[in-house]
Design a protein around this ligand. Structure first.
Ligand code: FAD
Length: 441
């Protein structure tokens, strides 16, 4: 008889995992508390857009979905940095043509994944079902259905793909000696739109991730297929309530927002403030009965654009572990955590550091020069010098390996410049001595 797995949460991780599990021969039921996104109209399902990069692309490609998604994405070839004086320097994402990111609407990604999964015999989606309880020893769940009715289900295992505030995680770890570290950033975010111009064209360069860096406010915007961009305004949390005139507040820091964001005041008043949380936890699974995936076990701040990409990559790692341990779910879950956690811990650190980079360093000419030098070295020394950003965003080198390699490269560059410095100093000293000697003659 086919083994059955319940997935809780139909976000990027849960929907992609359903595709992988059915390919391995499991019967899969996915329970999602929200309604079916395919049945909502555009307004009801207002969707954020996300930066898709190499890891996510590889995970989607492995099940043949990338080609289906391609018409739905907008390439982002680099960062367009909005400086207060009006300059708009462009920082390419990579040294090579294909090293770009892609902007995709969460709704488009999820509906494509749900359509694909549902077309496979053995996958069922249950929208409007919220998990309320989990029996971790029996792999059994209790949910509340769309009409408020109680629904029960049991299977060989339950996978929690239910996001940073995972109920599966809470119930799985209840009463156990499990570490759980949730860290809230002191900044929150609000979404703002840069609509297309009246003639339908884009108001600013489309194929880029736009950044307005600032110490007390930061905006990042992703492009959409209709020539609009969706901006995310990040501010210290308490600031949101204090600002009474957001147009003036932002124009003082980022003058072009007046022209680019005509609905700013309305959207600022209407859109909720989101919070940003990072999650680390010691227990990613309970025996062979329960496991966690995506944000449920390793949410990160969004500043490296890797939260969803790493959640999609989790599916490939778990799939590989299931292949290595075909008859032992417990061994597969343990191997998955062992292989994956050291890397997502590093991603957590990198995502925190990138907040400081976007906020404070992007305006610095020194930083921009360093980035250019990084790309130049990558072109001059192909395969021998790969910038950390390139390894994280444009390759599938595991995160901790990427960081270790970047540190080795930095150390050898420093050693090289120290050696070059020593040679220059010795040459100078020699020249000075000869000069003095010359005078003596
Ligand atoms: P989620 O996307 O959180 O999905 C969890 C699902 O579980 C949801 O559908 C939820 O409704 C459901 N659920 C929750 N509780 C229950 C329950 N009790 N019962 C049933 N269902 C439940 N990542 C990138 O890679 N690139 C980016 O550019 C990027 N930008 C971001 C910008 C912002 C402002 C934010 C906040 C995040 C960004 N991320 C980005 C991160 C990305 O959104 C997440 O990492 C990703 O969505 C995680 O996917 P997931 O499936 O693990 O969890």
């Amino acid at each position: 008889m086919k083994r059955r797995i319940l997935i809780i949460g139909a976000g990027p991780a849960g929907t992609l995992l359903a595709c992988y599990l059915v390919r391995r021969g499991f019967q899969v039921d996915v329970y999602e508390r929200r309604p079916d996104p395919r049945l909502l109209d555009e307004d009801e399902s207002r969707s954020i857009n996300l930066g898709l990069s190499a890891r996510g692309i590889k995970a989607l490609d492995d099940i043949g979905l990338m080609e289906r998604l391609r018409p739905l994405i907008v390439p982002m070839r680099g960062r367009a940095i909005h400086l207060p004086g009006g300059a708009l320097p462009f920082q390419p994402y990579g040294a090579h043509e294909g090293e770009i990111l892609h902007s995709v609407l969460r709704r488009d990604l999820i509906t494509t994944l749900v359509d694909h999964a549902e077309a496979q015999p053995g996958v069922r989606f249950h929208f409007g079902h919220r998990l309320v309880d989990l029996d971790r020893e029996a792999a059994a769940v209790r949910l509340v259905g769309p009409e408020g009715e109680e629904v029960g289900a049991a299977a060989d295992a339950v996978i929690g793909a239910d996001g940073a505030f995972s109920r599966v995680r809470a119930r799985m770890q209840h009463g156990l000696r499990a570490d759980l570290h949730l860290e809230f950033l002191e900044w929150g975010y609000k979404e703002l739109t840069i609509p297309a111009a009246d003639d339908g064209s884009a108001r600013t360069r489309l194929e880029a991730l736009h950044v307005w860096p600032g110490e007390d406010a930061l905006i990042v915007a992703h492009p959409n297929r209709d020539n609009s961009l969706t901006g995310t305004l990040f501010l210290p949390f308490e600031r949101f309530g204090e600002i009474t005139d957001p147009e003036t507040f932002l124009a003082a820091r980022f003058p072009d927002t007046r022209e680019l964001m005509p609905y700013l005041a309305k959207e600022y008043a209407e859109h909720p403030v989101g919070h940003l949380v990072s999650v680390r936890t010691s227990h990613w699974h309970h025996r062979d009965k329960v496991a966690l995936i995506g944000d449920a076990c390793h949410a990160v701040y969004p500043f490296y654009g890797q939260g969803m990409n790493s959640a999609l990559e989790d599916c490939t790692v778990l799939d590989r572990c299931l292949g290595d341990h075909p008859d032992d779910l417990g061994a597969a879950f343990a191997a998955y955590q062992r292989l994956r956690k050291p890397h997502t811990d590093v991603l957590d650190e990198l995502s925190k550091q990138n907040f400081v980079e976007l906020r404070d360093r992007l305006r610095s000419p020194l930083h921009l020069a360093r980035k250019k030098a990084d790309l130049l070295l990558a072109r001059l020394l192909p395969g021998r010098w790969v910038p950390l950003y390139t390894m994280v965003s444009h390759t599938t080198i595991p995160y901790a390996d990427a960081l270790a390699r970047a540190r080795r490269q930095d150390a050898s560059l420093k050693a090289g410049s120290a050696a070059l410095g020593a040679v220059l100093a010795a040459t100078l000293a020699f020249a000075v001595r000869r000069g003095r000697g010359g005078r003596r003659c």
